[in-house]
Design a protein. Structure first.
Length: 306
């Protein structure tokens, strides 16, 4: 059913989509440092089983002159045309857990309408939580793990994962508006900003996609395949290290970034998720009790409804 007022075409009856799933958002926009979001989206759609729930209307949301679709020319005729896509999908992770995936291009137009459509999906499908990722260039070294800044209202994620908590103004992503509106509604929302070495921001950095997937896993409990990305990341770092070793100026830059990065972390340590609010490790009995509660909740969730 095509519904121009809601900017999308519904391809699956929402009654056939399970309720209470987590929603993962990944939209490619003006800032995608290290190709983190584009790699994540491509990797998930290539490696997981999914079905399309809805496709958004390109003619309403897309500036074709800014992001042109691809045509294939075969000697004397156009053989194929590949439009850009923005869709909502029902996907399953590596161990079969279902989730919703919102991915594709970031809308150029009608952000308020797009936000309203996404929130309507969230309300209709009783979405459990929403998690989204994007990536920005930062003066950090590639020799350290990629850090993240976490926004939203998931306090446990912000406290244990958010390495940088600035007060600043920045250009918005369409999902920033979605996050802002969901915060107003009290819906569990977490936005992960990956901090990518600025000198690698225009490259396709495989470990950026790994960090994006790990961030989503931390927020949702979903499990994703990452072996191919990690292998590509190791090869990528080997090539970067070779360039650094042969370029004294680049080596000096990386060394300076390392010193600043390590100094900042020393002054702003993250609290370990294993400790309590006072920094103390829980007792063995407390860990056992938490494990029993977790297993009991899993059994309840998996019990057939009557």
């Amino acid at each position: 059913m095509h519904n121009p007022d809601r900017l999308f075409e519904l391809l699956t009856d929402l009654a056939d989509v399970p309720e209470g799933l987590p929603l993962v958002g990944a939209l490619t926009g003006f800032a995608d440092a290290g190709g983190a979001v584009s790699q994540l989206s491509e990797h998930l759609l290539d490696s997981l089983d999914y079905a399309t729930i809805a496709e958004f209307d390109n003619d309403a949301l897309l500036d074709y002159r800014a992001r042109r679709p691809t045509i294939y020319f075969d000697e004397d005729h156009i053989a194929d045309y590949t439009p850009l896509r923005l869709g909502l999908y029902l996907a399953h992770d590596e161990i079969g857990q279902p989730f919703l995936l919102l991915t594709g291009y970031e809308p150029d137009f009608k952000w308020d309408g797009f936000t309203a459509a996404v929130i309507k999906f969230i309300e209709d499908l009783k979405v459990k939580s929403t998690t989204w990722v994007h990536a920005i260039p930062m003066p950090v070294p590639h020799t350290r793990p990629i850090s993240v800044t976490v926004s939203g209202n998931r306090a446990e994620l912000i406290e244990t994962m958010s390495i940088w908590k600035p007060r600043t103004q920045a250009p918005a992503n369409a999902l920033h508006l979605v996050e802002y509106r969901l915060q107003e509604l009290g819906h569990p929302i977490a936005g992960f900003v990956l901090l990518i070495p600025h000198y690698l921001s225009d490259t396709e950095f495989p470990l950026a996609a790994v960090t994006a997937l790990e961030s989503v896993s931390a927020a949702t409990g979903l499990i994703f395949p990452t072996d191919t990305l990690r292998e590509a990341g190791r090869d990528f770092l080997t090539k970067i290290e070779s360039q650094v070793e042969s370029n004294p100026e680049l080596a000096k830059l990386v060394g300076t970034l390392e010193e600043r990065h390590d100094s900042y972390l020393q002054d702003n340590p993250l609290r370990s998720p294993l400790t309590d609010i006072d920094g103390e490790l829980p007792s063995a009995d407390a860990i056992a009790a938490e494990l029993q509660n977790f297993l009991a909740m899993r059994r309840d969730d998996e019990s057939p409804s009557i």
